[in-house]
Design a protein around this ligand. Structure first.
Ligand SMILES: *[C@@H]1O[C@H](CO)[C@@H](O)[C@H](O)[C@H]1NC(C)=O
Length: 179
């Protein structure tokens, strides 16, 4: 039993990085996040565009690269940044234009497999949809994985324009996660 607990703990640790797509420069503002996303997988909410993309919960002994994509989804690489041991990273558009439509990470290594190559050139083939949306207060959280797209798009509008938790319409109440 103990062995299995340890083994599954290790498996969990391998996919520990969260990717956050953020509405504010310098990784501020509201965000949607893919939790515990694997390498060479890109987090995207389709056509929704953001100003900054962050990676959090990076184990400090890992060397990764954070990637950003534009033009919808994860097809066109926009930027790459090495972690250099940081546990928290942010790539932000200097001109404040929301053009980032996807973000992902990979291990920084000269040896590249096909999935890593694709994420660098023709576009990531593995994509993930965000699990949660967090308001600007950094605490009010909604489960969005199962939310219908039109409903999600309106929630995102509210979140991006800085609507406070108390002013979010009742229809979103069932999606709220107590944190
Ligand atoms: C924020 O977005 C919602 C949804 O689109 C809209 O109803 C509301 O008027 C907006 N509020 C502000 C202050 O822009």
């Amino acid at each position: 039993m103990k062995f299995f607990a340890i083994a599954s703990g290790l498996i969990a640790a391998v996919s520990a990085i969260d990717i956050r797509l953020r509405s504010g420069g310098g990784c501020t503002g509201t965000y949607v996040a893919c939790l515990g996303i694997n390498p060479n997988t890109c987090c995207s909410n389709g056509g929704s565009a953001f100003i900054a993309i962050g990676a959090v919960a990076i184990p400090s002994n890992w060397r990764i690269e954070l990637r950003t994509y534009q033009n919808g989804g994860c097809n066109t690489l926009r930027g790459i940044q090495g972690s250099g041991g940081a546990t928290n990273m942010c790539i932000s558009e200097n001109d404040g234009i929301a053009r980032l439509t996807g973000g992902g990470w990979n291990f920084a290594s000269k040896k590249r497999n096909a999935a890593a190559e694709a994420c660098e050139s023709t576009g990531c083939t593995a994509t993930a949809k965000p699990d949660i949306l967090v308001l600007e207060d950094e605490s009010t959280t909604f489960a969005i994985a199962e939310m219908e797209e039109p409903l999600l798009n309106v929630l995102l509008d509210y979140a991006v324009n800085g609507t406070q938790a108390a002013d979010i319409p009742q229809v979103y109440e069932p999606y709220k996660i107590e944190t």
